[in-house]
Design a protein around this ligand. Structure first.
Ligand SMILES: CC(C)(COP(=O)(O)OP(=O)(O)OC[C@H]1O[C@@H](n2cnc3c(N)ncnc32)[C@H](O)[C@@H]1OP(=O)(O)O)[C@@H](O)C(=O)NCCC(=O)NCCS
Length: 183
């Protein structure tokens, strides 16, 4: 899917929310590894990244050309500060209405409006792609993410008390959330 929008951040800078393109692959990989080492709230550790540069390029190309999926980047002053995306949960007829959402922003850029812009852009894309429900799992202690998701309309539909097992914190409870995009 294609998407592009420029927004103003809380620090006055312009931020472009757009598709990650093939030429962004090095920066997107770098951002992935960086952000996954900055928080204990993501599903994997940085060293669990399995993408080579070539695989990242192919991934971004596939997402750009995909009819329903999207991988967005937030670019400020030429720097990739965060990424977010929408994936199909299944192409089976009974589950085609369900999309999944994921996001991470470089800690150095938190609190400026990038997370909200990426989230709203992804919900817009998910709606345009015909998903009627967008889903995510979030660590219960991840207050910033929970507030953000609730503010755009996600609601809790369950919990998994042992969703993650963190090296440092042990069990992490996951809150399962869904956003209705259509009847
Ligand atoms: C969650 C995350 C994406 C938010 O990104 P961000 O760019 O800091 O978010 P924004 O500045 O757009 O803030 C959006 C909302 O989040 C909430 N929020 C952000 N920082 C917060 C904080 N420190 N405390 C409480 N709420 C906070 C607020 O509701 C805020 O609303 P506002 O627009 O009215 O200020 C970012 O912290 C992140 O990448 N965290 C690590 C990865 C992660 O946890 N991903 C989600 C996995 S489910």
């Amino acid at each position: 899917m294609q998407y592009r929008k420029t927004i103003k951040l809380k620090n006055g800078k312009s931020c472009i929310i757009r598709n990650g393109a093939v030429q962004d692959a090095p920066a997107v990989l770098e951002n992935f590894i960086l952000t996954h080492g900055q928080t204990d709230f993501l599903a994997t550790y940085p060293e669990e990244n399995r993408f080579t540069l070539e695989q990242e390029e192919a991934f971004l190309k596939r997402k750009e050309e995909h009819a329903r999926e999207v991988e967005l980047v937030a670019e400020v002053d030429g720097v990739i500060t965060g990424t977010a995306g929408v994936d199909c949960i299944s192409n089976a007829e009974k589950m085609r209405h369900r999309g999944s959402f994921g996001i991470s922003v470089d800690r150095a850029w938190w609190g400026l409006g990038i997370g909200r812009a990426l989230t709203e852009a992804c919900t817009e894309c998910a709606k345009a792609a015909g998903f009627s429900q967008l889903e995510l799992d979030v660590v219960a202690a991840n207050t910033a993410a929970l507030r953000l998701y609730e503010s755009v309309g996600f609601v809790e539909y369950g919990r998994n008390p042992r969703g993650f097992r963190s090296r440092e914190k042990g069990w992490q409870e996951l809150v399962l959330m869904r956003l209705a995009l259509a009847e």
